[in-house]
Write a protein that binds this ligand. Structure first.
Ligand code: SAH
Length: 364
């Protein structure tokens, strides 16, 4: 049985056509599932009986199951969603002034092991499918619809590295943009990456959504420590790939450079100046994220004053920089705090080897 949440429009049309049905009916089915929230084929009353029988026999729209929902004092909501293998991933809704931003997970855990990220510390247990990625959006959107609202922005900044799961992420992104599904503007869908340079290059021409790059350091020596992936794709190569992607966008959009501020590690004014120098000439804005602590992390958040000074130093050097307000910290929903429940089936060494293998494939 196929889960039709796994298909974007082109995929669904092809599936219908391969079985001798018209592509038009695939589009009807999408409207039922995404616009009207109707997942049972019996309820899709404008489909011919024969078509409904074929659908019933071969497919379903199986949604994710939300097993836990926690609301923060600041309005942020975090769900734990059960996926096929029994693990849980987390999804966070951040409501703010007329916007509903959904932070979506792309993998079960993460293999990149960034020094300051809780997701990385808990290990990795595989990729999410397209259905499991878009299922997060569907579920939350249905809840918002009851309040006359909808998901207006999506950031792939939850658990996992989206660019190590392009095969599932790209169809999901295509559904986010599609008028027959969520119809979100490309500017309001953001892929966040730790810096898989060849995948960033490959994205050019394939999609034109917004891109955020997790930089965190302006020298290779420091970035090697914070984001181990930097040993494979150092700064020069990463920024080159970023320029390539930027030039593929048909507009004046800027990249976002995420920079988690870690006390005494990357938060000095000298480092701010160095960062501004590194980014000179690249159309981007820096998004400063004061570190969100979790137990045993070994890092601390700099004081508000240090954060402000870092931001001002960047801006005085001509680099646009904004501060990301921490949201949902009381429910462990802030950046880098998402852990879900993941059985780490890879020991660290095996994980590292598996990571390298994937990266080689990405580079091939
Ligand atoms: N793998 C992707 C997306 C997930 S992380 C990426 O690396 O971009 C989303 C953002 O949160 C990244 O910029 C990440 O570096 C940042 N982050 C991770 N842990 C954090 C923490 N403890 N405090 C603040 N930001 C953190």
């Amino acid at each position: 049985m196929a889960n039709l949440f796994d298909y974007d429009r082109a995929g669904l049309e092809a599936r219908f056509q391969a079985a001798g049905h018209r592509a038009f009916h695939a589009r009807q089915v999408m409207k039922w599932a995404y616009h009207r929230g109707c997942l049972g084929f019996a309820g899709m009353t404008d489909l011919a009986k024969g078509l409904r029988t074929w659908l019933d026999e071969t497919a379903s729209f199986t949604p994710l199951q939300a097993v836990r929902r926690r609301a923060s004092a600041d309005g942020t909501i975090k769900w734990a969603m059960r996926i096929g293998n029994g693990d849980c991933v987390e999804t966070v809704l951040i409501p703010e002034r007329g916007r509903n931003t959904l932070c979506v997970s792309s993998q079960v855990g993460c293999m990149l092991d960034c020094a300051f990220c809780a997701t990385g510390k808990q290990g990795f247990n595989g990729n999410l499918t397209t259905a499991e990625i878009i299922g997060q959006v569907w579920l939350v959107n249905e809840e918002l619809k009851q309040r006359g609202q909808c998901v207006s922005n999506v950031v792939l900044m939850g658990m996992g590295e989206p660019l190590l799961n392009c095969e599932a992420v790209l169809p999901a992104v295509s559904l986010m943009l599609d008028d027959l599904a969520f119809g979100i503007s490309k500017r309001r869908v953001t892929i966040s990456t730790a810096g898989v340079a060849p995948a960033i290059r490959a994205l050019a021409g394939v999609t034109d959504v917004s891109l955020a790059v997790s930089l965190h350091a302006s020298t290779d020596a420091l970035r090697d420590q914070l984001v181990p992936l930097n040993r494979k794709y150092p700064l020069a190569e990463l920024l080159d790939a970023c320029r390539h992607y930027l030039s593929s966008l048909g507009d004046r959009r800027a990249l976002t450079m995420e920079y988690t501020l870690l006390k005494g590690v990357n938060d000095s004014p000298a480092q701010a100046k160095q960062l501004a120098r590194l980014l000179r000439g690249l159309r981007c804005k820096v998004n400063l994220i004061p570190f969100n602590p979790f137990s045993g992390s070994g890092f601390a958040r700099p004081s508000a004053e240090v954060v402000r000074t870092f931001q001002t130093t960047l801006m005085n050097a001509g680099q646009a920089a904004m501060l990301r307000t921490t949201r949902g910290e009381d429910i462990g929903a802030a950046c880098g705090q998402l852990t879900g429940s993941v059985v780490d089936r890879t020991r660290r060494q095996a994980r590292y080897r598996a990571g390298l293998q994937l990266l080689r494939e990405a580079a091939a």
